[in-house]
Design a protein around this ligand. Structure first.
Ligand code: AMP
Length: 194
């Protein structure tokens, strides 16, 4: 199973991806997680990405495509994967198609979580409060001001990715404002048909 989850930051892609990992035994490939790990480790990629991420912008296509190309070579990605946070631009979507075509592979599903952007800020504030309550550190880019920049980047560069897949007859959309379990069920029903 090879799957892409689309939707703005805070739509619940990460939460749903983790559930799919358990259910289908495939890996979650989150470019955000990979970039945060690179920043924490102080790698050359991390050093380049840090300031952009903290400002809520998009890291360059070249960097993220490179990360994904390398990651898809790992043995654990052979069984399938859920892409979470990638592709975020049409150039990334085209690069993904090319990477998969090289391996004779295709995506099984592209699912977009549709959300009300006005309500996303509340969601992100709740996520920050819950993280703090668990005694964990809140992501710097979950600050409301930075979050607004992330949404702007989404609307400017990423919102066009869903139409890219739609034009290829690959896009399925679900209501991401429903309770988490219902969203999971909606995803499951789509995946049962692929
Ligand atoms: P996320 O955890 O998916 O919200 O990603 C956190 C941050 O990492 C984003 O706000 C971007 O700065 C960066 N990032 C993650 N994935 C990508 C991507 N596919 N393209 C560009 N930047 C990305």
């Amino acid at each position: 199973m090879r799957l892409v989850l689309l939707g703005p930051p805070g739509a619940g892609k990460g939460t749903q991806a983790q559930r799919l990992v358990k259910r289908y035994g495939i890996v979650q490939l989150s470019t955000g997680d990979m970039l945060r790990a690179a920043v924490a480790a102080g790698t050359p990629v991390g050093l380049k990405a840090k300031a952009v991420m903290e400002a809520g912008g998009l890291v360059s296509d070249e960097i993220v495509i490179g990360i994904i190309a390398e990651r898809l070579e790992h043995a654990d990605a052979r069984k399938g994967f859920i892409l979470d946070g990638f592709p975020r631009t049409v150039a990334q979507a085209e690069a993904l198609d090319a990477l998969l075509a090289d391996k004779g592979l295709k995506l099984d599903a592209v699912i977009e979580l549709k959300v009300d952007q006005a309500k996303l800020i509340d969601r992100i504030l709740t996520r920050a409060e819950e993280t703090r309550a668990r005694g964990e550190q809140v992501r710097k880019d979950d600050d409301p001001e930075v979050f607004k920049h992330r949404l702007e980047a989404y609307n400017r560069d990423t919102a066009v990715v869903a139409p890219y897949y739609s034009a290829r007859g690959q896009l399925q959309q679900i209501d991401g404002m429903r309770p988490i379990d219902e969203v999971t069920q909606a995803i499951d029903s789509i995946l049962e048909t692929v």
